[in-house]
Design a protein around this ligand. Structure first.
Ligand code: AHR
Length: 346
């Protein structure tokens, strides 16, 4: 008799836990990323303390120095946090990232984190994760899904603000200059959050000075090779049209470094004949800035691994996390390069 009571009680607890988590995953209340105390308890009970959390991380690729540092930060922090990390590199292709996320769902990981290569086209796979009860954490880049309950939180930079900071530096730098100032722009990956937002923020600020005009703008896909290739084409067409290029606005350091190589090969002095504005703040870019080839770097911080692991632990435990978590960043003009270079960690 005692035995029957015990197993019925177990079934009741198990059924309550199942219903609580099933309701939690489809309820509109989950849009806030929070969980009820009952759901938290259920999640904690469902995950024995000694069992390692399994995290599936779908990385964008290895397109830049920034990305390499980001990957290392994720891998090192997972190890340190005792999280079992399943890692994939999508080689900058959305279909590869979707495949990786689906495979993490099939493996029933405890959480999925990813840095979406582009903003659009995620709703279906995110819904599949949600239906499977797997919490998703966005890192570095955003998605444009209207249904924000499809992910728990987004940890990353404010790319619009980064673009504004680049624009503000330029507006101040050329405030006494007369006549047209021609800007050439190397955009990041087409459709990606940083490319869209960095352009938007920069344009918003530079329109305060009618002399500033973007005369050429093309994607360099965040890579050094593409940055060089596109800059070579810019130089060629500027020569043919007999137009001057006064400013280079590169959406990341790798493209800026590739462009610097192209400029030097064409006999143009980067940082002197043409102002160079870059984003990220890698050691390589700071070295180039110390050598006078870059005029300002707007920082974008890739070292988000420790924060990602804490968020993952929290969401797996059913704890409430803020829907948006911003990373802290600075602006470094050329005169700070020498002092700052030894402090760079990536
Ligand atoms: O999403 C962050 C951007 O992606 C970095 O600025 C760039 O270097 C990287 O490839």
């Amino acid at each position: 008799m005692k035995k029957v009571w015990k197993s019925s009680a177990f079934l009741l607890v198990a059924a309550t836990m199942f219903l609580t988590s099933a309701c939690g995953s489809s309820s509109p209340a989950s849009t806030s990323g929070s969980a009820s105390p009952a759901a938290t308890k259920a999640a904690e009970a469902a995950k024995p303390a000694d069992k390692k959390i399994v995290l599936g991380f779908a990385q964008v690729g290895a397109e830049s120095g920034w990305r390499t540092a980001n990957t290392k930060s994720i891998q090192d922090s997972a190890k340190e946090a005792g999280i079992d990390l399943k890692f994939s590199d999508a080689q900058q292709k959305q279909e590869n990232q979707i495949k990786a996320i689906r495979s993490y769902i099939a493996q029933k990981v405890d959480a999925i984190a990813f840095s979406p290569v582009v903003e659009s086209g995620w709703d279906t796979v995110l819904k599949e994760a949600k239906d499977a009860g797997i919490p998703v954490v966005l890192t570095d880049r955003a998605v444009d899904s209207k249904d924000t309950s499809l992910y728990k939180t987004f940890l990353g930079s404010d790319f619009v603000e980064e673009g504004r900071n680049a624009g503000k530096w330029l507006v101040e730098k050329v405030k006494d200059q007369k006549g047209p100032i021609n800007i050439v722009e190397l955009q990041g990956t087409t459709g990606s959050a940083p490319a869209i937002d960095r352009k938007k923020g920069f344009e918003e600020v530079i329109k305060s000075n009618p002399n500033l005009k973007i005369v050429k703008s093309q994607t360099g896909d965040f890579t050094r090779a593409k940055g060089k290739e596109v800059m070579e084409a810019f130089i060629k067409s500027a020569k043919a049209e007999n137009t001057k290029m006064d400013v280079l606005y590169a959406h990341n350091d790798d493209m800026a470094l590739g462009a610097i190589q192209a400029l030097e090969e064409a006999g143009i002095k980067p940082g002197k004949d043409i102002l160079v504005i870059s984003l990220d703040g890698t050691k390589d870019a700071f070295t180039a800035m110390k050598d006078g080839k870059i005029n300002v770097i707007v920082e974008c911080n890739p070292l988000m691994g420790p924060q990602v692991m804490q968020i993952v632990k929290d969401v797996v435990a059913g704890k409430e996390v803020p829907k948006r978590i911003l990373t802290k960043e600075g602006v470094f003009p050329q005169e700070t390069a020498e002092k700052e270079l030894p402090n760079r960690q990536y």
